[in-house]
Design a protein around this ligand. Structure first.
Ligand SMILES: [Zn+2]
Length: 90
């Protein structure tokens, strides 16, 4: 057996394996690949926000949160009290 016939046999075997794999269906459709590319153009996943500590000005309770807007104090005050941003929590 020459090197060339060995190469040809390997090519034929991998072609047969590829055909078998294709019959089973693809793991990812062309439409999905295209959609993923388009989404990638928009910048991908948003960054995770660092945790921020908030303090209630009325009862001094502190909580850690990653909210884009200051949360209301969980203590039941007579009126809802928005908490104040204190510092970046560890
Ligand atoms: Zn409070």
């Amino acid at each position: 057996m020459t090197d060339q016939t060995i190469d040809a046999t390997i090519d034929a075997a991998s072609a047969a394996a590829a055909a078998l794999g294709a019959r089973g269906g693809r793991a990812r459709s062309d439409a999905k690949t295209e959609a993923a590319r388009a989404n990638g153009q928009k910048g991908g996943r948003p960054r995770t926000r660092p945790s921020v500590r908030y303090r209630c000005a009325r009862c001094r309770k502190t909580i850690d949160g990653a909210a884009s807007r200051a949360p209301f104090c969980p203590t039941r005050h007579r009126t809802p009290v928005r908490m104040l941003r204190v510092a970046e929590a560890a």
